[in-house]
Design a protein around this ligand. Structure first.
Ligand SMILES: Nc1ncnc2c1ncn2[C@@H]1O[C@H](COP(=O)(O)OP(=O)(O)OP(=O)(O)O)[C@@H](O)[C@H]1O
Ligand SMILES: [Mg+2]
Length: 356
């Protein structure tokens, strides 16, 4: 089909989808904009999310277009509320204390990914992987196309959290092979654990990572994604720093536990991102509860002039999620932790939508 015919057919299909909010169709209401199609059947457009959750509408728009004859690939650039006028929420505006805009343009790496965010902490064992896995799964549940990169060289555990224990397959002709991400719970996954030898000492992994990660990301066939979440390795050393610079992030989510706030690790983590002009989207307090206390994460956010993204309680449902082979928001979606993680998603989304 030629590209103009395809564009027309996609436009009229989307014009048949009603936005229950405005009562108008997606095209007339301006929800769908800048629609393009090419000869290969690749279709792209912008989708303006409403301030109330329009995730079903987004899903509906995607499936409508995907079902059309001649469509091979659909890329939707989701525009978050308030972001319509301001681009990708990446730059512009004045400086807020404690956060800096990321001025570097995105290079070719991950060019098909709309937003890239890292989940980090500065310290091990605070729940980075848990937050990264659940954010990925809950964004996917809301209709976004999500990739999750497990960049933890020391203990890659994302595959376990998603119940995946096979190696990814490699496709393509010799010399142009691509690694297929593994899809689980609606998330496209890739883990350094798939590549590293199990008995490789951790000390050898550090220098390996920044170089290998770039190549690794280039050779993974992500397709187009609305969001990529990177589960960072613990620490604030050179390996982490060069990792941050390799990926060119839109923002970082910092995780801390109430008792870790006092140690300064999370502050060091925040400083690391600021050194490379990566915006810190805010702080999540994990494992808050009676035993460890709570409130420290919020106090730290206030002190550093950063948004507080929410509090995730210490919850048995989180510990059991590993056994279930699914993130808590999937395996125990009614648990307190899952509800809290869903709220963290909303808070992250709100930050991404507002320019600094
Ligand atoms: N809110 C919570 N309630 C109960 N258990 C939790 C919670 N958050 C994390 N855990 C558990 O704590 C452990 C550490 O979590 P996780 O692996 O996500 O931390 P991490 O910061 O990624 O660690 P590492 O630095 O080793 O990568 C896991 O066993 C996880 O199941
Ligand atoms: Mg981890």
């Amino acid at each position: 089909m030629n590209s103009e015919d395809l564009r027309r057919s996609v436009t009229s299909a989307l014009a048949a989808v009603k936005d229950p909010g405005s009562g108008r169709d997606l095209v007339a209401a301006g929800v769908v904009q800048n629609l393009e199609a090419d000869e290969s059947g690749s279709v792209r457009f912008q989708f303006q999310l409403g301030s109330d959750d329009a995730s079903d509408l987004l899903k509906q728009a995607r499936s409508t277009v995907e079902a059309l004859e001649g469509v091979s690939d659909v890329k939707i650039n989701v525009q978050l509320p308030q972001m319509a006028a301001g681009g990708q929420g990446n730059g512009g505006g004045g400086l807020k204390p404690g956060s800096v805009p990321a001025p570097t343009p995105k290079p070719g790496l991950l060019s098909q990914v709309s937003q890239v965010i890292a989940v980090s902490s500065g310290k091990g064992g605070v729940g980075k992987s848990m937050v990264a896995a659940n954010l990925a799964a809950v964004f996917a549940k809301a209709g976004h196309r999500v990739g999750l990169v497990d960049a933890d060289i020391y203990g890659p555990n994302i595959p376990l959290m998603f119940g995946v224990n096979r190696r990814p397959s490699v496709t393509g002709e010799k010399g142009q092979e691509m690694i297929d991400p593994i899809e689980a719970h609606g998330v496209r996954l890739m883990s350094l654990g798939f590549l590293l030898e199990e008995d490789q000492p951790a000390i050898m992994r550090g220098p390996l990572i920044s170089g290998i990660l770039k190549q690794f990301l280039e050779q993974v066939d992500w397709g187009s994604l609305d969001m990529m979440i990177v589960d960072m390795p613990p620490g604030t050393g050179d390996a982490q720093l060069s990792l941050v610079q390799t990926i060119d992030l839109d923002g970082a989510v910092m995780v801390t536990t109430p008792q870790q706030v006092a140690t300064g690790d999370v502050r060091r983590g925040i400083k690391m991102f600021e050194r490379v002009n990566t915006r810190v989207l805010g702080i999540v307090e994990n494992m808050s509860g009676d035993v460890f206390g709570s409130g420290g994460g919020e106090a730290l956010a206030l002190e550093m002039g950063l948004p507080f993204l929410g509090r995730v309680p210490l919850d048995a449902a989180v510990a059991q999620a590993g056994d279930a082979g699914a993130p808590t928001v999937v395996s125990a979606s009614e648990s307190e932790a899952a509800k809290a993680l869903d709220a963290v998603k909303d808070a992250v989304q709100k930050q991404l939508a507002s320019s600094v």
